[in-house]
Design a protein around this ligand. Structure first.
Ligand code: XUL
Ligand code: CO
Length: 435
């Protein structure tokens, strides 16, 4: 059965095309920096937004037209697999991501849930073999069901902790079965609402214990998958433990987990934390911890996680500059953790929204390459930090000076002149690369 009727495989037609159902910038096979563009960008589709989300908001019911939905949840789940792979193939996207609860009904027990997951992942495995489509990452949803109201691995309730472990154990087995390249831990409700009744040290210790058990289990089953933590500062809890890249890295170092985890950074989570996307990627790069990206954008006027499709070319370009600095994103990818607006409820909106996101990333990627080739930022920074190239600055870098000799130097050089950064003209020149 065909779900996306009337839509052919989306192909690259070039920037002059007026066909909405074509790529104007993303040319999967174009050789860029020695390999096809698709191998740089490694786009992924998110099951939850694309297949499962109904378009509900706190004020309104589901609106999305989704022709795979039937009364029997298992029939719907099976239909979804067909529709999902049809969409992946039509878009020419080679990776996907899911939470356990996105793909199969939970039934009335863990046993039933796991059986349903086995049936659905059998189907997925067949489709993957037929199409060459790969699993970028999967994860366990430890936040939607009421049992997780106090979190999963940081719950005050040990039975919930054990339940969470069961889901992650199963998730790792499914990752192995499907050849998952990464496995994500987003701390859904791993955080707290009030310190008045929260033992933060116990909760953080428990989270570290949980991660250590997951590392032990992936080793035990012989599945060398890259673990990723996905930072987010708030929502749903007031204080999420994995607030941002820096906080997550401090946690990993405190518990000696830094060699086993990298970060999955999401644009809208960065902005919620009061950062830019490129800031978060740059912080990860400082620690060699860039794992993967969740591509989306927030609304500049709204303070919550709107998960819009990424269309802001400047933001995407600056993020891609950092990705190039990291030497690329593999084995991570660029997962569209993005949902169509409630007013974009038609089936073909799913196609159009992904085209928009992929074209934006292709343009941003090319602009980032040009910026690197022209040494746009390198030249600016070399000039700005020139004082560390020679004289006292070089001594600081070489470690051949100390506080006393610096103080003696300062006594002789009190007449300090700073150079203007001319940041306004820098921004204007940057625009030339983007638009
Ligand atoms: C929530 C979010 C999640 C994670 C996976 O804001 O981004 O969908 O990406 O659990
Ligand atoms: Co995400």
């Amino acid at each position: 059965m065909e779900y996306f009727k009337g839509i052919e495989k989306i192909v690259y037609e070039g920037p002059k095309s007026s066909n909405d159902f074509a790529y104007r910038h993303y040319d999967a096979d174009e050789i860029v920096l020695g390999k096809p563009m698709k191998e740089h960008l490694r786009f992924g589709l998110a099951y939850w937004h694309t297949m499962t989300n109904g378009g509900n908001d706190p004020f309104g019911d589901a609106v999305n037209e989704r022709t795979w939905v039937e009364n029997d949840p298992m029939v719907t789940a099976i239909n979804r697999v067909d529709a999902f792979f049809e969409l992946l193939e039509k878009l020419g996207v080679e990776y996907f991501c899911f939470h356990d609860v996105d793909i199969a009904p939970q039934g009335n027990s863990l046993e039933e849930f796991f059986e349903n997951l086995d049936v659905i992942t059998d189907l997925m495995k067949e489709k993957m073999a037929q199409t060459g489509i790969k699993l970028l990452w999967n994860t366990a949803n430890l936040f939607t069901h009421p049992r997780f109201l106090n979190g999963g691995a940081t719950s005050n309730n040990a039975d919930v902790y054990a339940y969470s472990a069961a889901q992650v154990k199963k998730g790792l087995e499914l990752s192995k079965k499907l050849g998952g390249q990464n496995y994500v831990f987003w701390g859904g409700r791993e955080g707290y609402e009030s310190l008045l009744n929260t033992d933060m040290n116990l909760e953080l210790d428990n989270m570290a214990r949980f991660f250590k058990m997951a590392i032990a289990y992936k080793k035990k089953i012989g599945h060398d998958v890259q673990f990723l933590i996905e930072p987010k500062p708030k929502e749903p809890t007031t204080h999420q433990y994995d607030f941002d890249a820096a906080t997550s890295l401090a946690f990993l170092q405190k518990y000696d987990l830094q060699d086993d985890f990298k970060l999955n950074l999401e644009a809208n989570h960065a902005t919620l934390a009061g950062h830019t996307f490129e800031h978060e990627i740059a912080v990860a790069n400082t620690y060699n911890a860039l794992g993967s990206l969740d591509a989306n954008q927030g609304h500049p006027l709204l303070g919550w996680d709107t998960d819009e499709f990424p269309t802001n070319l400047m933001d995407v370009t600056l993020a891609m500059v950092e990705v190039l600095d990291a030497g690329g994103i593999a084995p991570g990818g660029i997962n569209f953790d993005a949902k169509v607006r409630r007013t974009s409820f038609a089936m073909d909106d799913l196609v159009l929204a992904h085209i928009a996101g992929m074209d934006t990333f292709a343009r941003g990627f090319k602009a980032a390459i040009k910026l690197k080739e022209d040494k746009f930022f390198t030249n600016l920074k070399e000039e700005r930090y020139a004082s560390f190239k020679s004289g006292i600055g070089k001594e600081i870098i070489d470690g051949t000076t100390d506080l006393e000799s610096l103080a003696a130097y300062a006594m002789e050089h009190q007449d300090i002149t700073n150079k203007s950064g001319h940041i306004e003209i820098v921004k204007s020149k940057l625009n030339d690369y983007i638009y």
